[in-house]
Design a binder for this molecule. Sequence first.
Ligand code: BG6
Length: 499
Amino acid sequence: MLKKPKLQASCGGQPFTIVIFGATGNLACNKLLPALFQLDCVGKLPDETRVMGFGRREWRDEDWRAVVAADLHEKGKVDDEGRLAGFLQRLHFHNGDLNDEASFLALRQRLDGEPGCQGGLVFYFAVTPEVYAPICAHLATAGLTDETQGCRRVVVEKPFGHDIESAHILDSVLHRHFTERQIFRIDHYLGKGTVQNIMVLRFANLLLEPLWNRNYIDHVQISHSETAGIGRRGGYYDGAGALRDMIQSHLLQMLALIAMEPPPSLDPEAVRDEKVKVLRSIRPISPRSVHAHAFRAQYARGTRNGQTLPGYLDEEGIPPNSTTETYSALKLYIDNWRWRGVPFYLRTGKAMTESRSQVSIRFRHPPQQLFRETPIEQVAPNWLLIGIQPNENLRIEMQIKTEGLEMRTRTTQLDASYTREGMVKLDAYGALLLDVLLGDQTLFLRYDEVEWAWRVVDPILKTWSIERDFIYTYPAGSWGPDVATRLFDSDDHFWRNEL
Ligand code: BG6
């Protein structure tokens, strides 16, 4: 996972074509195509890789290329027109309907006939899970799942289902036509360098390990906030909500990396086994204790820098009585030897004050109040802060004596920045797409990880789906409602909003 072999993205020597279902959708436009373009620009995309967009528009290759070029320009991604021209030549567009078998038979013919499109195929499902079943069935009928013709891999997005039952169904749909080795369940947080750095921090340094347990750690916070609201994703978001959208996947994955035991090796199964053990050890939340462990809220109209921000109910496609949460906070306990009794607070929100993802670990107070007889009123605890984004760094907060004769303390910081100036930062999607081409599943979710993550959130979702008449609100542009602090175990717990 962490050591990438020299890229030989091929399948028995054959090149890959990435077929994107939903080629004109949000995910393809905002994430996949910019990530592929970036990979190409930094020379990481193998020369022979082709991309086949599949969509309902009646476009020829040139039409799609023009749209992608304009989009990449608009996003400020193009520094070099020559590179863009080269990238566009890799793109082809196939006009088809996901529910129509004939479109897939035509796709097969197209791939067989298009120069450079033979060999391995990656099917990227950038579409809603409801159409996974017809896509899989039509791919099979068209002979496109047949591995005697080259490798076949399928990439599916999160949330994988909308609860545990639907996740089971989706999984069995995929397994009807693909083996586990061929299925890549993506969680793009695992492609972020700083998220991978959690493992390096923990397992390449001896210093922290003796402290990394219930004896020294008071609590852990994993927080992700965004200034943006839901924008034009209302259709998807209103059926999902913050708990499914961020916590069930990204935040629980970060929790697993923070809390897992050292794996015996970096082998994909070894790493994923350890993550599953953590997820299995999370204390189940009973229906009666949902409110003690989970909190939800929705953004209402607010302001930022004097500008009025819309509330969630003002957004496009949102029903006026929606109680979908855009903010969600959880308190979880991991019932194992290392973590028993240590609260893990998870929080995510849209339309907040700042965009920031951070893990904050607070250590306990020293056992003896040695400075009681001095002017020091209370010694602040140590913190370890792991900035995921936008600041990618690691900070340890310690207490030192202030200058002068009096015995007083102040907090000082030991900082280690993750990024160097001039360093090219690969987009998380780009890094993961390379892994798909390489066939490396370490940073993709095994089904049992998905299943155990659903087990954690399912009781909360069930309770919330019944309680539809009230939801707390917070002004857009704020850090969320104060009442969310009711989850805290102690009066001196508070959200660390800043590094
Ligand atoms: C996605 C969610 O998975 O992650 C979005 O669906 C969210 O709602 C996004 O905005 C956050 O990702 P990042 O990489 O921008 O932090």
